[in-house]
Design a protein around this ligand. Structure first.
Ligand code: CU
Length: 496
């Protein structure tokens, strides 16, 4: 069956993919730099900075995954395949790799206790996997590099979501050495696990998946440069749900619940909404104990957060979501020295909202550890084959770095003996950050949270605790995808 036809049949017209739908709706804007014949002068000279995307449209909703299955189960299909998108006005269509013809991939929603069954078909020309990032799924269902799905093959992923797993997750490929490429080609989707007794359920919810897009002068997705391989890939566009600087309506006094995903390869985003009141209410793996008023939020690649945004439209302040300047120790790309606008908030009237609940959830502290380990992140620029190291080594699929036991509390000290920030990610469970160093001095974390990604800044150390409730092999790695692909990864074997 022709792919397009297949997608229409399997998704229905109502679920037309995001980026495609936008492109179809696009009326080419008047573009600076165009001559009268419609040629982009700078692009003809090979300048990718001249490639522009339409911006300022309403924030696209994430496409929801159509699924079968009654109460307590989610049964669906995912297909990874190339997708042609007429994206850049005046250029040939851009080839993406997409789940179910949609970039970002379709949103999967489930409740605690649900059994999820996804029949996945790989229509790419290379092996892939689906990794259920942050979710407590059995190791053999986790889509780690040991379980590649070959081109043309079908793989059924099946897992049950335990109580206490409500949180903001995502799914993306995790094949050995090709995660970065498959993710930047478009393969990533959001996965929300909900709880029945959610105290914030009444708030209107906005989902914002942030991704990075790097196009060449012809409007094609660009390959990684040397700078990308070193610093982590950065493109000329940071998109929200596949759109450039979209708009969203918010009333004065209105409270909205936002879930935000940093699905970029390498950007550490210091997010802020300067004109509004912002509370952190949840991290990767679910709610924190009580809302915390914040001025900004550092969100590393792979990391997610739940915010409650209250419309205030403070005078003289940028009314939207921005990324503030942040230095992450890049050697070849320029640092982000300017404020990067991500989303515009437009004011629509005034509304009186209920106060935020004082308590959100219990986040009990993990008991004293049975095991302590040290994990050192380092760089060795003298060896191009082993530049990014964990405890002095690059990833070896046949090496077990640590052995642990189911249910045993482990305390890890992650040491950033590096020039660059490297976000640490652990598979299979959530951890609690206990303390981190500031100028060499340990400082206790002000609150406990469920996380599966924590940024480790240059010369910073972070102490965290976790237990693994399921046996099997678990990866831990830097979530700058180019570093992961070059071997900044290790393996923890959890024995039953
Ligand atoms: Cu890294």
């Amino acid at each position: 069956m022709h792919r397009r036809r297949f997608l229409e049949l399997s998704l229905g017209l109502a679920a037309l993919p995001l980026i495609v739908r936008q492109a179809w709706a696009a009326t080419p804007p008047a573009m600076p730099g165009m001559d009268h014949a419609g040629h982009d002068m700078a692009a003809m000279a090979g300048d990718s900075a001249a490639v522009t995307l339409p911006q300022g449209r309403p924030l696209p909703a994430l496409v929801r995954l159509a699924h079968r299955g009654g109460a307590g189960s989610v049964k669906a299909e995912l297909v990874a395949a190339p997708l042609e998108v007429p994206l850049v006005p005046g250029r040939k269509p851009t080839t993406f790799w997409a789940y179910n013809g949609s970039v970002p991939g379709p949103l999967i929603e489930a409740y605690e206790g649900d059994t999820v069954e996804i029949a996945f078909t790989n229509r790419l020309a290379q092996p892939t996997t689906i990794h259920w990032h942050g979710m407590p799924v059995p190791s053999e269902q986790d889509g780690n590099p040991h379980d590649p799905v070959l081109p043309g093959a079908i793989r059924r992923y099946r897992f049950t979501l335990p109580k206490g797993s409500a949180g903001t997750y995502w799914y993306h490929p995790h094949p050995h050495g090709h995660t970065g490429q498959q993710a930047y080609m478009g393969l990533a989707g959001a996965f929300i696990v909900r709880r029945r007794d959610d105290p914030l359920a009444a708030l209107p919810e906005q989902l914002l998946m942030l991704s990075d897009l790097k196009l060449d002068a012809d409007g094609r997705i660009a390959a990684n440069s040397m700078a990308d391989r070193h610093d982590g890939r950065e493109g000329q566009f940071v998109l929200v749900n596949g759109a450039l600087q979209p708009t969203l309506a918010l009333a004065e006094g209105e409270r909205q619940r936002w879930r935000i995903w940093n699905a970029t390869s390498a950007r550490i985003l210091k997010l802020a909404l300067p004109a509004h009141e912002v509370h952190l209410v949840g991290t990767d793996g679910g709610p924190i104990a009580a809302p915390r008023r914040i001025e900004h939020l550092l969100l590393a690649p792979g990391e997610r957060a739940e915010l409650v945004v209250t419309g205030r439209f403070g005078a003289g302040q940028t009314p939207g979501l921005v990324a503030l300047p942040y230095t992450r120790g890049k050697a070849m790309h320029p640092e982000q020295g300017e404020i990067l606008p991500l989303l515009t908030l437009t004011r629509h009237g005034r509304r009186v909202s209920a106060p935020l609940p004082a308590r959100l959830a219990d986040v009990p502290a993990l008991p004293a550890p049975a095991v302590k380990r040290r994990v050192e992140f380092a760089e060795n620029m003298a060896d191009p084959k082993a530049m990014f190291l964990i405890n002095g080594k690059t990833y070896d699929m046949n090496r077990i770095d640590f052995e642990g036991k189911v249910g045993q509390v482990e305390e890890w000290e992650i040491v950033g003996n590096a020039h660059m920030d490297h976000p640490f990610h652990l598979h299979g469970t959530q951890f609690q950050v206990l303390a981190r160093t500031v100028d060499g001095q340990w400082r206790d974390e002000p609150f406990l949270a469920r996380r599966d990604v924590v940024n480790i800044a240059a010369d910073e150390s972070v102490r965290l605790r976790f237990s693994q409730e399921l046996p099997g092999l678990r990866m831990f790695h830097c979530h700058i995808l180019e570093h992961e692909d070059q071997g900044m990864m290790g393996q923890l074997l959890v024995r039953g």
